[in-house]
Design a protein around this ligand. Structure first.
Ligand SMILES: Cc1cc2nc3c(=O)[nH]c(=O)nc-3n(C[C@H](O)[C@H](O)[C@H](O)COP(=O)(O)O)c2cc1C
Length: 209
């Protein structure tokens, strides 16, 4: 018997339930305090290399989420128009704006530097480790929010450096923070999607025994 009351199949089913959901409403099925509790809980246990904890989170809710997206759109629109993709991206960005909130996942650069000093033999790995750790926190938050009745999707706005700068300014984070992902969430405005098709395990898994 495992030492915990938690069942492996339930854990896997919960993880499998998480999906990318683009159709979101600006409503929440729970009080804001519950969302805050979920984020704090994830921060209390999510792993990081050598437990160095380079991750930081900003939670943006309600009208502030729309204000954030207004700033993003103001900066992104002329840039994406220049690439000829605004006709396609504009409605997508408006749909993100129409969500209830967003979770901004940062890595604190000073923490990475400190880890590189403390663990010199592995110094070249800490940038990558910080991204792994952020991804782990992201998947916990994403799954928990969807189990709570939200839909959510994951975006990477650091791909447009002036947009990342605008988000940093909005959030008031220090210069050494870098944005790893932002997760939009709200009550779903669409049916819960199925798991998309995956490669056969004959291609993705090798068992050696
Ligand atoms: C590392 C990573 C980066 C992703 N980046 C984006 C993104 O920038 N924009 C987006 O719409 N979806 C993004 N996604 C969502 C994927 O497109 C999605 O997870 C995939 O199509 C499978 O669908 P599912 O999330 O429902 O399982 C990302 C997912 C992962 C794991």
């Amino acid at each position: 018997m495992p030492a915990t009351a938690y069942n492996t199949d339930q854990w896997l089913a919960a993880a499998k339930y998480r999906r990318t959901i683009y159709g979101l409403k600006d409503t929440s099925p729970v009080p804001d305090s519950r969302i805050e509790e979920i984020i704090k809980e994830v921060l209390s246990f999510a792993p990081s290399s050598y437990n160095t904890q380079p991750g930081r989170i900003t939670l943006v809710l309600g009208q502030k989420h729309k204000d954030l997206w207004d700033d993003i759109i103001t900066v992104a629109e002329p840039i994406l128009k220049g690439f000829g993709v605004w006709d396609k991206m504009g409605p997508t960005f408006q749909a993100f704006r129409n969500a209830y909130g967003s979770v901004l996942f940062w890595v604190r650069g000073e923490s990475v530097k400190e880890s590189q000093e403390t663990h010199k033999a592995a110094a070249h790995m800490f940038e990558q480790f910080s991204e792994h750790a952020s991804g782990m926190a992201q998947i916990y938050v994403w799954t928990a929010l969807e189990l709570e009745g939200f839909g959510a999707n994951l975006q990477h706005l650091a791909s447009i450096p002036p947009v990342e700068a605008a988000i940093k300014k909005f959030a008031g984070v220090p210069d050494d923070y870098s944005l790893k992902a932002n997760m939009n969430f709200g009550e779903p405005a669409q049916p819960h999607p199925e798991v998309p098709a995956k490669l056969p395990t004959s291609e993705t898994l090798k068992i050696i025994k």
